[in-house]
Design a protein around this ligand. Structure first.
Ligand code: SF4
Length: 432
């Protein structure tokens, strides 16, 4: 008997738009469109998922919503006055496979540092183009009353009087709502350990420092002091007393490049390990300083997460604008980290329609195969999509294969490689 015909109705979402007051509507006729590096299309059936809990809607100023007329097959643009484009900032653990479809009007402001996913509506539900890439729930706070976070922050300060880093992180938790700092206040999952005030890169989408003329603000300020090894180790020891499988991460959104403070990281981690410290110690880094790898590994660091938008020198350097290092140093650092026994993840800044281009895939596949790095965290590039495409203008990504194929093919070529969204807990952490 032929394959059983699917009885499930084909999901064909209608476009979503908003009026100037911010009221959101689904269009009665026009269908949802999405964008992959500027190429418009209707969503692929395999990429539509119901809107994940904890996602946020964004109205896009100066941008008119676009939809598809199923009768004519033509792309229709709504009148800007009452046809504003709407995008979705997907909740953590979800990678966008396409961005919102809109027409930007002259004089429209640059969009702030978020990712702008495509959104549609079908039979009573919102749908987005994305994939859940991690089942870990560490950045879900919807079920936790704010008081618990406030009480946890107060308790942290009371337990570590005079600890400047604890004070800094409680303000991150309560002012910026930083998920890592909130988890520290709650005594669960991954604790943040910012250390550095400077960086040797100038990422276009840097979240801790933006030049005056960038047209959009950084999402948080950089730490203004250098914590001591005791302040860091005390926070680590306290966190491990509350979390059975603690993860500690240097390299946070509120700092520069942590490897510029490699001696402090090594000293604080060694102090923590000497005091019986257990759990995964990780460094989120731009991997620019190769010589730091054996030193931090020796001190008790278990893993590094390398921030990367591409494994092609031109694409990488167009975004990171490195100062005193280049893409080849990043590759050398990954090899040095592996040689020192570190678990290596990539923090891949995924731009739908570009990162999943054939040429980009080829280069990334070669980097994974050459270095045998262990894990790819499939993150969304938090940058105005048109600005992001401007940064890589003139660089041909190759034909777009889509997020699912991108991951499937990488996994097939590199069978040891794992995918996710968050820094994994390393079972054998600290046992080297
Ligand atoms: S590596 Fe980090 S701190 Fe440095 S410029 Fe890039 S985002 Fe900013």
């Amino acid at each position: 008997m032929q394959g059983r015909m699917s009885t499930k109705p084909r999901i064909e979402p209608y476009m979503v738009f908003a009026d100037a007051k911010g009221n959101i509507y689904d269009h009665p006729e026009l269908l949802m469109l999405c964008s992959r590096a500027g190429e418009l299309s209707t969503p692929r059936p395999d990429e539509l998922i119901p809107l994940p809990e904890g996602s946020e809607f964004f109205l896009l100023p100066g941008r008119a919503a676009l939809g598809l007329d199923p009768e004519t097959g033509r792309v229709e643009e709504l009148d800007e006055a009452d046809g504003l484009a709407v995008a979705v900032f997907a909740s953590p653990a979800h990678t966008l496979s396409a961005t919102a479809a809109y027409r930007t009007r002259p004089g429209a402001p640059v969009l702030p540092l978020f990712a702008y996913g495509a959104l549609g509506f079908f039979e009573g539900r919102f749908y987005i183009c994305a994939k859940r890439v991690d089942q870990d729930r560490r950045q879900e706070f919807g079920h936790i009353p704010c008081e618990r976070i406030e009480n946890g922050a107060r308790k942290l300060l009371a337990d570590l009087p005079g600890n400047r880093l604890a004070r800094h992180l409680t303000s991150c938790a309560l002012t910026y709502g930083c998920p890592a700092a909130r988890n520290l206040a709650l005594g669960r999952f991954e604790a943040p350990l910012p250390t550095s005030r400077v960086c040797n890169a100038r990422c276009v989408g840097c979240i801790s420092l933006q030049p005056e003329d960038s047209g959009f603000p950084s999402t948080q300020n950089r730490i203004t002091f250098k914590p001591s090894q005791k302040e860091i180790a005390d926070i680590m020891l306290r966190h491990q007393s509350k979390e059975k499988r603690p993860i500690f991460s240097y390299g946070q959104g509120c700092e520069g490049e942590p490897l510029t403070e490699a001696p402090l990281i090594a000293a604080a981690t060694a102090r923590f390990r000497k005091a019986g410290g257990r759990g995964t110690v990780n460094v989120n880094t731009n991997a620019s300083l190769t010589d730091a790898m054996p030193r931090i590994a020796e001190a008790g660091v278990d893993s590094i997460r390398v921030s990367l938008n591409s494994a092609r020198k031109q694409t990488y350097e167009a975004y990171y604008r490195p100062n005193g290092y280049g893409f080849e140093d990043v590759k050398k650092s990954i090899l040095a980290a592996k040689a020192a026994g570190l678990f290596v993840s990539l923090n891949l800044l995924f731009l739908p329609g570009f990162t999943d281009g054939e040429n980009e895939w080829e280069a990334l596949n070669a980097l994974v195969a050459d270095t045998r790095l262990d894990f790819i965290q499939m993150r969304n590039l938090n940058l105005d999509p048109e600005l992001a495409l401007g940064v890589v203008a003139g660089i041909d990504p190759g034909p777009c294969m889509g997020l699912t194929n991108f991951m499937k093919r990488l996994g097939k070529q590199n069978p040891w490689l794992r995918f996710g969204y968050f820094n994994p807990y390393i079972e054998a952490a600290g046992e080297r």
